[in-house]
Design a protein around this ligand. Structure first.
Ligand SMILES: NC(=O)c1ccc[n+]([C@@H]2O[C@H](COP(=O)([O-])OP(=O)(O)OC[C@H]3O[C@@H](n4cnc5c(N)ncnc54)[C@H](OP(=O)(O)O)[C@@H]3O)[C@@H](O)[C@H]2O)c1
Length: 236
């Protein structure tokens, strides 16, 4: 048995990002009624034009805005949180304010949404973490810790919010705007070097993650899970 998504009320938080956008498109393609939220108006408007999604500007750092948004919307069937803005770097050199802001964004932003959102029975909530929780990097220790916290939040909420199902997708390196701070040449070099070390022999695409998110939303026996979609990065 799989859960039918046609006509389901779906919320994607962070819809202007690479994984968020692919997730909106994947849900819209199977007939879901998607609400795409973020803080980039232009990106949301163009996404709405392509997918027919409704859009809403919601900064997930703003608790009042988050609560007001959920008070003014009907409960959702499926919710995906793909928003984050984090800084990486060695713990010894990363300013403590930047480290706290990263946790405030990716962990507390997701927590805030999870706390306020109303989800229908039979529905699901999916977080997006990252493979660094299982395979730490010496230059991104904080990212691994934030991802581990998010995965633990997902497992705990799967108990607290049952029968709503709560899961986490943990991506490896994915080709999204997250890497746009690098020059094109540096990014290509990074992706090629990383792909060569992966069993999958390629970098992930946002659609790879969106597919896993739809799987978790539609599988009625999936809850409390963390699904690694990392090209084998954790075992390489
Ligand atoms: N790409 C990878 O290699 C990779 C690997 C592992 C894990 N992940 C995780 O996957 C998730 C999605 O990443 P991505 O690659 O899709 O990144 P992305 O393209 O940078 O998208 C992140 C999105 O989050 C939005 N966002 C940030 N702060 C927000 C806020 N306060 N309120 C609302 N929206 C906010 C950003 O909006 P703005 O454009 O306005 O900043 C952006 O649209 C993140 O949690 C990331 O850590 C990604």
């Amino acid at each position: 048995m799989t859960i039918e998504l046609k006509g389901q009320h779906v919320l994607v938080v962070g819809a202007a990002g690479g994984i968020g956008e692919a997730t909106v498109k994947a849900f819209a393609a199977v007939g879901a009624q998607v609400v795409a939220t973020g803080r980039n108006t232009d990106k949301l408007i163009s996404l709405a034009a392509v997918t027919g999604a409704e859009t809403a500007l919601v900064d997930f750092l703003d608790n009042d805005a988050v609560e007001a948004f959920f008070e003014s919307t009907a409960p959702f069937d499926h919710v995906v949180i793909a928003a984050a803005a984090t800084k990486s770097g060695a713990i010894s050199t990363l300013a403590i304010e930047d480290a706290k802001a990263s946790m405030e964004s990716k962990f507390w932003g997701a927590y805030r949404i999870a706390r306020a959102v109303r989800i229908n029975t039979g529905g699901s909530l999916t977080f997006v973490s990252g493979f660094l929780s299982h395979r730490p990097s010496a230059t991104s220790v904080l990212q691994g810790a934030i991802n581990a916290a998010l995965e633990a939040l997902g497992r705990g909420l799967a108990l607290e919010r049952a029968p709503v199902r709560v899961n986490t997708v943990s991506p490896g390196m994915i080709d999204t705007p997250l890497w746009s701070g690098m020059s094109e040449a540096d990014r290509q070099r990074l992706f090629e070097q990383a792909a060569a070390k992966l069993p999958a022999q390629r970098i992930g695409q946002p659609e790879d993650i969106a597919q896993a998110i739809l799987f978790l939303a539609t599988n009625p026996f999936a809850t409390g899970a963390t699904v690694m979609i990392d090209g084998g990065g954790t075992i390489a």
